[in-house]
Design a binder for this molecule. Structure first.
Ligand code: NAP
Length: 261
């Protein structure tokens, strides 16, 4: 894999924090210009873009709620005006929604679906025409091992369902876009230390959760954001032109769902 990928521009949704941030830094390390999308974390997005520029790279921060198709279109065109045509899209933005059968309610569910599923559709719609016209693109969607059904937090059924939809859309979009030189793949992370998994928990709750996931990982540890950025980088690489429609679990070898296929 070449260290510098020439003429590459990545648009990373939710790029200011967690897995998106690690991916932005990793791609910038390959010489990729990065549009750091954010919805609320303006300061973190600006700081990350400044960090990349300071290190000799190219980056801008672009605001858009991924659930808003028009805003995503505007953000993508803004990123292209600053950095050039988008060649890599990482649909990373996502939210968790710990609802059970009993606590399910329509507004929370609609927001979960709007961000985790419609957000992916909006991202693809904002870049597909340009990628098609140029005959080149790399799209990487961030799913979750929860999408496989029988693992993850108890009570995250609807989050798991949203990510299962991401897996299916990944394969369907690959079917449509791969003949145009655009690969579409997904990375399904296991349990990774980020705000999503850490915030709102006491140190004792975090430790119990952490130790539980360590116990079911063949590698004996939970993931770090760089573990996921590494897999995204593989799919995003110019050399990965014969890999499409794949969903790759990156979970340290989880043992608690394999038997269920
Ligand atoms: P995180 O630390 O909570 O960060 C979430 C990111 O998504 C933030 O950058 C946030 O940006 C962005 N975001 C949320 N809603 C958005 C919206 N409507 N529009 C634009 N951006 C939005 O979470 P993370 O752990 O890095 O998760 C990243 C992805 O990995 C998600 O899709 C998540 O479901 C998936 N995942 C995570 C894990 C894990 O263990 N951490 C496991 C499996 C899958 P703002 O702050 O600007 O809103």
């Amino acid at each position: 894999m070449p260290i510098n990928w020439p003429n590459q521009v990545a648009f990373i949704t939710g790029g200011a924090r967690g897995l998106g941030r690690a991916t932005a830094l990793r791609l910038a390390g390959h010489g990729v210009a990065v549009a750091v999308n954010y919805s609320a974390s303006a300061a973190a997005a600006e700081a990350l873009a400044a960090e990349i520029v300071k290190a000799g790279g190219k980056a801008v921060a672009v605001q858009a709620d991924v659930a808003d198709g028009k805003a995503m279109e505007v953000a993508a065109r803004k990123a292209e005006a600053a950095l050039g045509p988008i060649t890599i899209l990482v649909n990373n933005a996502g939210i968790a929604w710990p609802a059970t059968i009993e606590s399910w309610e329509p507004e929370g569910y609609a927001r979960l679906h709007a961000v985790n599923v419609v957000g992916v559709i909006n991202g693809v719609r904002a870049v597909a025409a340009g990628m098609k016209a140029r005959g080149y693109g790399r799209i990487v969607n961030i799913s979750s091992v929860a999408s496989f059904g029988t693992c993850g937090f108890p009570g995250n059924h609807f989050y798991a369902g949203s990510k299962a939809e991401v897996n299916t859309l990944t394969k369907r979009f690959a079917l449509e876009l791969s003949p145009h030189g655009i690969t579409v793949n997904a990375v399904a992370p296991g349990f990774v230390r980020t705000d999503m998994t850490e915030l709102g928990k006491t140190p004792e709750e975090w430790k119990a959760l952490h130790d539980g996931f360590v116990a079911v990982a063949m590698t004996g540890r939970v993931g770090e954001p760089d573990d996921i950025a590494n897999a995204v980088t593989f799919f995003a690489a110019p050399d990965s032109s014969w890999v499409t429609a794949q969903v790759l679990a990156v979970d340290g070898g989880r043992k608690d769902f394999i038997a269920h296929g």
